[in-house]
Write a protein that binds this ligand. Sequence first.
Ligand code: MN
Length: 129
Amino acid sequence: MSGERILVVEDNALNLKLVRDVLEYAGYDVVVATCGEDAVRLARDCSPDLVLMDLQLPGIDGHEALRILRTDRDSPAAAVPVVAVTAFAMEEDRARAAAAGFDGYVEKPISVRVLPEQVRGFLDGGSRG
Ligand code: MN
């Protein structure tokens, strides 16, 4: 068990359960948020080691949540790795996520088999899933 904490931001209940189950099985401490506002709050309050951020969310979206996190220099959450999770498989969306400052990119549909390796890579730094 790694004990590392992952904040999973996802508004779709089935996707959220899938990701949570896979990551908990892999030994991670999983915290969940279902909207951008909660994502920002929990990123600041729960000291995650990594954030998996769905881009399409009710209220503020994943891009806006990331921007808010990165802007608050007084919070350690400003430096936490944030990985974009999106169904958009277009190169353009990949580029936009990178330009927005996301540390990586995971495509939906989530692969139960590959996700733990992807998360491990992001935690170890720089590996693109
Ligand atoms: Mn969504």
